[in-house]
Design a protein around this ligand. Structure first.
Ligand code: SF4
Length: 82
């Protein structure tokens, strides 16, 4: 996946630390910016496919991305009911 979308990210107008918050309040601040961002979807896709551990990407926290990846893995598991 390319990174052309990054040029349109709203985070370019903020300091990088904004998207690497130290606490929950900082996460909320970053997520509010992401909510208005025109490239939120490719940003999240990029973070998920590259297993980006740190920071807020595509409006998701580190914990939320771990949860999404776990759900994806579980969805790919063969069903035990067959
Ligand atoms: S979704 Fe958030 S982290 Fe991603 S490019 Fe937009 S503002 Fe930046």
């Amino acid at each position: 996946m390319g990174t052309e979308w990054m040029a349109d990210g709203l985070c370019r107008e903020y300091s990088p630390e904004t998207f690497f918050p130290r606490d929950g309040m900082g996460v909320i601040v970053a997520q509010r910016i992401c909510a208005e961002c025109p490239v939120k979807a490719p940003c999240l896709e990029y973070a998920l496919s590259n297993r980006v551990d740190h920071g807020v990407w595509g409006g998701t926290s580190e914990r939320e991305r771990r949860r999404i990846l776990r759900a994806h893995r579980l969805a790919r598991l063969p069903s035990s009911h067959t």
